[in-house]
Design a protein around this ligand. Structure first.
Ligand SMILES: *[C@@H]1O[C@H](CO)[C@@H](O)[C@H](O)[C@H]1NC(C)=O
Length: 263
């Protein structure tokens, strides 16, 4: 039930923080010829992190000439995979919530609902783990590729000793760090829910039924024992002559019928 409330919410946090991200870093190029310097070059990038498409203009430090510089790398596959899984997990968990609350009896009909729910939950748990891991790796690469100190190395003017390049600020990462955290949190949530969905399938009831049958047999043999145990009757007032017949009768009639009722 706790899954029902949190799963759609946590999925939203995961894809909103990742898919809605945009960041900016800022570098400065201080040329020996002060007139050609640009002391504040802003570089914007956003989801889905196709960094090779992100470009900015930097002075070449020769008159007013400028060059267009591109960042390096493409992390869109991991980012889009993560967001896609999060969106589908959101849609599924929302649908499951509605079915669970409003169509409870339909859900249990034929046992097909719990069975599908179980398989889908296992698949989504696995997908959360894979996509969160891939996205965590991609994010660490994105952080490196957009590090202002690394970006300076791409600017040709910065390769000349006489020009001074500096980093004013890097991008904010708190949003993307949150998305990774929510990715793994979702994995834990879905993986933990496997057990609860598994209980709904009734497979564990089959196992419990077998265990229950075994314990009933044990109870049957136990009730027969007082016939042979004379010492037990002397000490305890529990087994009087009248009660002796009842347990065996109960075990013969009550046991098998309650067993077949459960079938
Ligand atoms: C410096 O670069 C920015 C782009 O980040 C541009 O908007 C601005 O006009 C440039 N300044 C000069 C002095 O060239």
């Amino acid at each position: 039930m706790c899954m029902v409330i949190f799963a759609p919410l946590f999925a939203i946090f995961a894809f909103a923080t990742c898919g809605g991200y945009s960041g900016q870093l800022r570098v400065s190029v201080d040329c020996m010829e002060k007139a050609s310097s640009n002391l504040s070059i802003g570089i914007d990038f956003a989801y889905p992190f196709r960094l090779y498409q992100v470009s900015f203009e930097a002075p070449v430090c020769e008159g007013i000439r400028r060059e267009r510089v591109f960042l390096i790398g493409d992390y869109s596959s991991s980012a889009e995979f993560f967001v896609t899984i999060a969106v589908f997990a959101f849609l599924y968990s929302l649908m499951a919530t509605i079915v669970y609350i409003f169509f409870q009896n339909k859900y249990r009909e034929n046992n097909r609902g719990p069975l599908i729910d179980f398989i889908v939950t296992v698949v989504f748990s696995f997908m959360w783990l894979v996509s969160s891991s891939a996205w965590a790796k991609a994010l660490s690469d994105v952080k490196l590729a957009t590090d202002p100190d690394e970006v300076q190395l791409l600017i040709s003017a910065c390769k000349t000793q006489t020009n001074k390049c500096g980093s004013l600020h890097g991008a904010r990462w708190s949003g993307l760090n949150t998305s990774v955290a929510f990715g793994f949190l979702n994995f834990v949530l879905w993986a933990g829910n496997i057990w609860f969905v598994f209980k709904e399938t009734g497979w564990h009831k089959g196992a419990a039924r077998l265990a229950g049958g075994a314990s009933e047999k044990q109870a049957g043999t136990f009730t027969q024992e007082p016939y042979n145990q004379g010492s037990f009757d002397q000490t305890g007032s529990y087994n009087t002559q009248g009660n002796l017949g009842q347990p065996s009768e109960y075990s013969q009639v009550g046991g098998p019928t309650s067993y077949s009722n459960q079938m």
